[in-house]
Every structure is written in C-alpha cells, then in structure tokens.
Design a protein around this ligand. Sequence first.
Ligand SMILES: NC(=O)C1=CN([C@@H]2O[C@H](COP(=O)(O)OP(=O)(O)OC[C@H]3O[C@@H](n4cnc5c(N)ncnc54)[C@H](O)[C@@H]3O)[C@@H](O)[C@H]2O)C=CC1
Ligand SMILES: [Mg+2]
Length: 298
Amino acid sequence: MAGPGAGLLRALRGARGRGWGSAAGGWAGLRGRPDKYGGVSVELPQCQPRPRRRERAAFGRWLRASVAQWQEEGRVAVWLHVPILQSGLAAVAASQGFAFHHAESGSATLMRWLGEGPSRLPGYATHQLGVAGAVLDENAGKVLVVQDRNKTVNAWKFPGGLSNPGEDIGDTAVREVFEETGIKSEFKSILSIRQQHQHPGAFGKSDMYIICRLEPSSFNINFCQQECLRCEWMDLDELARTKHATPITSNVAKLLLYGYREGFDKIDITMREFPAVYTGRFYKLYHRELPESYRNMT
Ligand SMILES: NC(=O)C1=CN([C@@H]2O[C@H](COP(=O)(O)OP(=O)(O)OC[C@H]3O[C@@H](n4cnc5c(N)ncnc54)[C@H](O)[C@@H]3O)[C@@H](O)[C@H]2O)C=CC1
Ligand SMILES: [Mg+2]
C-alpha cells in the first residue's frame, strides 16, 4: 500500500501482524512498560494520518482489555503518551476515565489511577520561574533599572525574565540583563524570592520571582526596544526612595542599599556547587554564609 496511510496501518497491525478482524485490531502488539511505582506506561506509536473511526474503535477495545488486565495484575496507574497527530485517541481514553496530566509541544500524557482510594499521582509543573538582576556599579553607587514597554504602569524595575528549561538561576539573570540592556555582568548572590499564586502571566499557575545581585563588567547601555521603554543607571539611594518603582523593586533596593552600606554578607544568599549523588550531575545549593569550621564539620 502506498501513500500516507501505510505507516499507520503497519504500526497498528503490530508486531504479530494481526488484522482488524480481531477485537484489539492492530493494537494487540502494543505493550505497557512497568514503572517502579507500580504503574504502567504506554507510548502510542508516532504515525500518520489522524486515526479514523475504525482505528479509534479498535484502540478503545484494546485499551479496555489492557486496563482490565493491568488491574488484575495489581497495577496502580496507567500513563498514556499520545502523539499530537493521534489526539483523537486521547478522546477515546478520556471516555474510559483517563485525564490529561501534561503536554509538551509534540505529545500529551494522560493518566488513570487504578489503585485504592483517591489518586496519589503527582501533579506536573506547578510554578514558572522568573529571574531579575540588580546590577550594582559599586564605584558610582548606581543600579541598572528598566521600564517595561508592555506594562501599562511605567514603574522602574530590575531587568529580568523567564528562565529557560535547564538554566541556572544566575545564568538567567545574566542573560536577561544582557538581552534587555546590553550590560554584561557576573552573578554574585540571590537577594530575594517572591512566590505568587494564580499569576496571570503564568497562565494561572504559581510564579517564583528571584532577584539576584550582579556585578557589571560593562557600562554602556544598549537596551532592547521591543521589551523596554527606558533604561538607566539610577542612584541606588534614589531607587530606594522613589514612588515610581514596583513594590518588589522598592523593597529589594532598600535591602541592596543596606548591603552596600553595611556589607553584602548581611544580605547575600550565596551559592555552592556539589555533585549530585544519583544523576552524576552537579547541583547548586543557595544559602547564607556558613563559617569554615561548620562547613568542614564531620
Ligand atoms: N514586580 C516586579 O518588579 C515584576 C516582576 N516580574 C516577574 O518577572 C518575571 C517575568 O519577567 P518578564 O520580563 O515578563 O519575562 P521575559 O523578559 O521573559 O519576557 C516575556 C515576553 O513574553 C511576552 N509575553 C508574555 N505573555 C505573553 C502572551 N500571553 N502572549 C504573547 N506574548 C507574551 C512579553 O510581552 C515579553 O516580551 C515573572 O517572574 C514576573 O513575576 C515581572 C514584571 C514586574
Ligand atoms: Mg523581561
């Protein structure tokens, strides 16, 4: 058979080459992969075109029989990974008690709890992370501030933005400051963390907003016209007093001024890096200064 339907039919006929006459149709060859929590995970094949009524009906029969089998085996949950072009199968699964757990650009993951009592399956991402940089020129006592082009109230704030997947906090601050203002800088510490729920800019999810202390290594502003209306080096003392700043910016400006005058050790949450035991990667631990005698305690 030629044409775009060939891949789908081949995939659906499965490893054993069973035809559409059998109850499960081509899905008979598809197997679930057990996970360590007692659940089972199924990847539906990537194939085109969209499933028609006959394929959806065969999938529904296969799913019903498979779920009954997994229940008999004592499995507590089913995870179903559905490629976006097969989204019609998500509707079939929904009619059998499945619900969306999360989606990436090319696929959706559905879940169904089979265990006793209410579902104990964990939710997906609950927060987005925004990071801003308070870049302080210590010689001049000036701090870098911007006004957002897309906000109705033009209050001063620190340049910043959303973290990319897999990006460290300090790297987001340095990148966003450079993209929005053209200023190069180095991460020194975390100054504050704001958590806000049901955030309109986070599609109703929670928002974590971290402000870092950065040290500049360049001083000529070349700000992004799309994102910013204005960008300036402002006296830190003035930023701490002005009414034309967002409340978080005002509070952190006061904190930064206190550290500038009395010593950054009073305000800094610094970072140390450690090897992660399980993944073989490194993680970053942020905390207030810990004296050497405590660090090396055994
Ligand atoms: N209190 C403060 O001083 C402020 C804090 N924040 C925090 O900063 C972080 C986000 O910083 P941003 O500078 O906003 O991020 P960002 O610098 O990564 O920019 C986000 C971009 O996405 C665009 N965008 C956002 N939603 C969109 C949508 N629905 N459709 C089309 N385009 C969209 C925006 O116009 C902007 O260009 C958050 O954590 C937020 O809570 C943001 C503004 C003020
Ligand atoms: Mg921004």
